[in-house]
Design a protein around this ligand. Sequence first.
Ligand code: GAR
Length: 219
Amino acid sequence: MLKLAVLVSGGGTNLQAILDALADGRITNAQMTVVISNNRNAYALTRAEKAGVLSQCICPKDYENREMYYDALLNALEASGAELIVLAGCMVVMPEKIVRRYENRIINIHPALIPSFCGKDYYGLRVHEGVLERGVKVTGATVHFVDCGTDTGPIILQKAVEVLPEDTPKTLQRRVMEEAEWVIMPKAIDLIANGKIQVKDGMVVETKVPESPQMEDKS
Ligand code: GAR
């Protein structure tokens, strides 16, 4: 059973999608051990409580400086025994020390088709504002492994979503969540939990299962 720690900051609809997929068997071989928020008021914390998952709030403002906050976060992750860290609407950029400690074991959902509309200025609703300002006709979501850059790690799954002429940032955000994020986030976790993918030369590839030797026909 792969132990998951889920990091959140807000509403937690992606967290809910993961909880639902664990409950109905779309994710197998995994269990959620902790949900950690940097924001005390995140509704995601309530979702975790309702699902009976241990939840914890680790807020930067409770620490003297950023390094101490990162240390507290790392300690909590280590104490949880997490084997995969899932950034599900987490607005904290992971520091190098956490990325290196969990190399290829942190995944993030981004609400656009990377490499478009990503990087440090694009998060949450801003992504969809950017998409509408540019007038692109197709957007989507991406699940990727986290490396030391912002939204630069190996891509696991992507799903495209149509942009409609009457869209506002909020209607587009909702459609991207419903049609893409809540689908590919659980799918990516299931692939990892079942050893179906691996990172090779900076790319995500399918894990090749060695073919079983052919039985000799003795008849
Ligand atoms: C989601 O759209 C997620 O893709 C985005 O924030 C939203 C959180 O919603 N994440 C980022 O922008 C990270 N760069 P949720 O709390 O309801 O899952």
